[in-house]
Design a protein around this ligand. Structure first.
Ligand code: SF4
Ligand code: SF4
Length: 424
C-alpha cells in the first residue's frame, strides 16, 4: 500500500545522490529566499481563496433559490434542532470556512464555533456548546432568532434541508419535510450545488497551509478518507483504491474523475502519484503538468512535478518548480531542501540560505543536515559545518557521506601535532 499524498522519495532517494552527479553549470533562474515576500504571496493566495469561497457561497444561494421551495435565507426560522451538538451529524466545516468565519467575526467566536463543531466537552463530560454559538434565541434583540451567521454560514448548513442524501431523513417536524430534494449518495457532487468546486477549494487551501513533508500514515489517511469520503465520487474512490493497493481500480477512477470534472486539477495530480508509484516518471510529470496547467497556485502540484524533473535530470525545470513552491508556501521544508541541494554545485551561498531554512523547518531530516554541512564547507565555514555533519553522521542513511566530509574538513594529524608543538 502507498499513500498517494506522500512525496515518498523525499527522505530516502534523491537527496542521497552525490552532488557530483549534478551539473556544475546552468542558468540560475531563482532568487534568494525571501521569507517575508513568500509569506506575503501565500497570504495573497489565501485571500484569493477566501474571495472564491464567497463567490461559491453566492453561487450556492443562487442555485438553491432557483430550485428550492423554501426561502434560502434563514429558512429554518427559529428551529434549531440541527444546530445542536446532538444534531450535528451532517455538519462538516472545513478549515477554510473556519478561517473565513474567524476573520469576519473574530477569533473568540471562531474558536467557540470550532469547539461546537468538534463537539468538545468539559472535564465533567458536558458539551462546551450544546447549541451552536451562532444561534440566536427568538426573544433576542436580533429579531426572530435562528442562524445568526447566515451570510457566512458554512456549506453544510447552507445546503442541509434544501437537499438531503438518500438513506438519511430530516428531523421530525422539519419545515423542509416534503420540500427537500433527495440526492443519491453517488450523485453528491452533481446533486449538491457547487459541491465539486467547494471540495477543490478546500484541497487547495490544505496544500497552501500544510507542508507536504508532514505526512500521514496510510492508516491515518485511510481512516480520515473513510470518515469523509463521498461514496461514488470517482476521485475519493480512486484515492481510497490507491491507499488499499488496488491500483488498476484507482487508475479507472481517476480517468473517470478527469472526464467528469474537466475543470478540476486533482484527478491529474492523483493520476500522477499513481504513475509515480509505478516508477513511470515521465508519465507522472505529464500528469502533474496537466494539474499545474489547470491550477497554477497549488504548491503541492509543483513539488511533485519538481521531483519528477529532478529524476529526469531536467535541473533548470526542477529548480523552477521548487522555487515556485517556496513562493506559494515558504514553510515547505522539502522545496527549500531540494532547491538548496540543486543550487549547491552552482551557487553554494544561495544553496546555504535554502538549506538553513530546510534544516530549521525539519531538524530531524539527516539529508538536510548533510547538505547544510556541505554548503557550509563550500562557503568556507568549516567550524560551523561540523555540527550538522555530525548530526548527519548519526543517521545510517547519510552516515557514509557525512563521515567523508568530516574527514575532509578535519585537519590532518601532522598539522595538529605541529600546532601543539608550536604552542609549547
Ligand atoms: S451556523 Fe447557523 S445553521 Fe449552522 S449550526 Fe450554527 S446556527 Fe445552525
Ligand atoms: S433543517 Fe429542519 S429540523 Fe433542522 S434546524 Fe432547519 S427546520 Fe429545524
Amino acid at each position: 500500500m502507498a499513500n498517494p499524498e506522500h512525496a515518498t522519495r523525499i527522505r530516502s532517494g534523491l537527496l542521497a545522490c552525490t552532488i557530483s552527479t549534478l551539473p556544475r553549470t546552468g542558468v540560475l533562474k531563482v532568487t534568494p529566499p525571501d521569507l517575508a515576500r513568500s509569506e506575503e504571496l501565500r497570504s495573497q493566495a489565501v485571500d484569493r481563496l477566501l474571495l472564491r469561497l464567497d463567490e461559491l457561497y453566492d453561487a450556492v444561494t443562487r442555485a438553491l433559490e432557483s430550485q428550492s421551495l423554501r426561502p434560502v435565507g434563514n429558512g429554518c426560522g427559529a428551529c434549531y434542532t440541527c444546530c445542536t451538538a446532538e444534531g450535528l451529524s451532517a455538519h462538516h466545516v472545513h478549515d477554510l470556512e473556519h478561517l473565513a468565519i474567524a476573520r469576519r467575526l473574530g477569533t473568540a467566536l471562531g474558536n467557540a464555533f470550532r469547539a461546537y463543531v468538534e463537539r468538545q466537552r468539559d472535564d465533567a463530560g458536558e458539551y462546551l456548546y450544546r447549541v451552536c454559538p451562532f444561534h440566536t434565541a427568538p426573544s433576542s434583540a436580533e429579531g426572530t432568532g435562528g442562524c445568526g451567521l447566515y451570510a457566512h454560514r458554512p456549506y453544510s448548513c447552507r445546503v442541509f434541508g434544501h437537499r438531503h442524501l438518500s438513506g438519511t431523513r430530516l428531523p421530525d417536524h422539519c419545515v423542509y419535510e416534503g420540500r427537500s430534494v433527495e440526492v443519491p449518495q453517488s450523485l453528491y457532487f452533481s446533486g449538491l450545488p457547487s459541491a465539486l468546486a467547494f471540495r477543490d477549494l478546500q484541497r487547495t487551501y490544505s496544500a497552501l497551509v500544510s507542508p507536504d513533508g508532514e505526512e500521514s500514515t496510510v492508516a491515518e489517511a485511510l481512516a480520515s478518507l473513510r470518515a469523509n469520503a463521498i461514496f461514488g465520487d470517482p476521485l475519493d474512490m480512486g484515492v481510497m483504491a490507491t491507499l488499499e493497493g488496488r491500483l488498476d481500480d484507482a487508475r479507472r477512477w481517476f480517468l473517470e474523475a478527469a472526464a467528469s470534472s474537466p475543470e478540476s486539477a486533482w484527478p491529474h495530480f492523483y493520476a500522477g502519484t499513481l504513475h509515480d508509484l509505478g516508477r513511470q516518471t515521465e508519465a507522472a510529470a505529464e500528469a502533474y503538468r496537466r494539474a499545474v496547467a489547470i491550477e497554477a497556485s497549488n504548491p503541492r502540484f509543483f513539488l511533485h512535478l519538481g521531483f519528477c524533473e529532478l529524476e529526469l535530470e531536467r535541473y533548470d525545470e526542477a529548480r523552477r518548480c521548487f522555487s515556485r513552491v517556496i513562493d506559494l508556501n515558504p514553510h515547505d521544508s522539502n522545496a527549500q531542501g531540494f532547491l538548496g541541494y540543486l543550487l549547491l554545485a552552482i551557487e553554494p551561498a544561495r544553496a546555504l540560505d535554502h538549506l538553513e531554512v530546510a534544516s530549521t523547518l525539519d531538524g530531524a531530516n539527516p539529508f538536510f543536515a548533510l547538505r547544510l554541512g556541505e554548503a557550509l564547507v563550500r562557503t568556507g565555514r568549516i567550524d560551523d559545518a561540523r555540527e550538522p555533519l555530525c548530526r548527519a553522521a548519526a543517521d545510517a542513511r547519510s552516515a557514509r557521506e557525512a563521515h567523508e566530509l568530516l574527514r575532509a574538513v578535519e585537519p590532518p594529524p601532522d598539522a595538529v601535532d605541529l600546532e601543539r608543538q608550536s604552542d609549547l
